[in-house]
Design a binder for this molecule. Sequence first.
Ligand SMILES: O=C(O)c1ccccc1NCC(=O)[C@H](O)[C@H](O)COP(=O)(O)O
Length: 270
Amino acid sequence: MPNILEEIVEQTVIDLRKRKQERSFSDLGDLELFERESRDFGEALQLENDVAVIAEIKKASPSKGLIREDFDPQRIAAQYQEGGASAISVLTDEPAFKGSLKYLETASKEVSIPLLRKDFIVEPYQVKEAKAFGADAVLLIATITDGHQLQELLHAAKEFELQALVECYSEEDFEYVNFEHVDILGVNNRDLRTFDVDLHRGVELLHKAPEDTVLVSESGLSSATDLQFLLERNIDAALIGEYFMRQENPGEAVSAMKSELQNLITTETK
Ligand SMILES: O=C(O)c1ccccc1NCC(=O)[C@H](O)[C@H](O)COP(=O)(O)O
């Protein structure tokens, strides 16, 4: 596992320990949103002649520090939905990303499109927490788990009626992924040792998944040309955070990127 992930997970586990002392696993089931019916994340990512955009609510990151000063998760969620995002990813990790479960809860009450909890999930407690704060899907990072742990987390996701986006960074991570239980695969284009982004490498890895897997390209995407690159290679969805968060109206930026992609497609088929 790259060092940066080791550091993030170490802090996440300390933070998680505190939350578990404040609220037990069974008490999570008493929270208001726990009974809410999940929205279909996987289905939302499968569009005809288009790339679904998973727009991310991301205040800060370890590589860039504070990304957005004027940060109102409720407004951003509403703008993303209005701009045509297919789903929203909410970073809930506090130590490294200044995220919060409260942002997830706020977004869940604001929009009707599916929500992904983006965090560093290592225990079933965090999966139940995702459900209790309004998520429809969880990100499970293969490289921070072993095969057994990943299976346990996938099982928890199923129990709480959440879908799972399983994320790989490298070919070695595929060892832990049992595709009989994984329908949605993401590959992170960012090399965590150098922070360099390589879309070609990401797509190459995604194509190693079985044919009916929903494929998601993650990180470093910032233009309609990037989406066109993905569309031409049969990638279903793009997870985009920093680029949208740096725009004045993140939702208008989603809408502009999606229309530009359609223009590019039409121009090239003329
Ligand atoms: O964003 C980071 O710096 C980062 C560093 C270490 C581990 C994960 C990291 N990001 C999480 C993500 O995967 C991204 O937030 C997500 O894919 C969106 O990426 P981007 O569009 O580049 O903000």
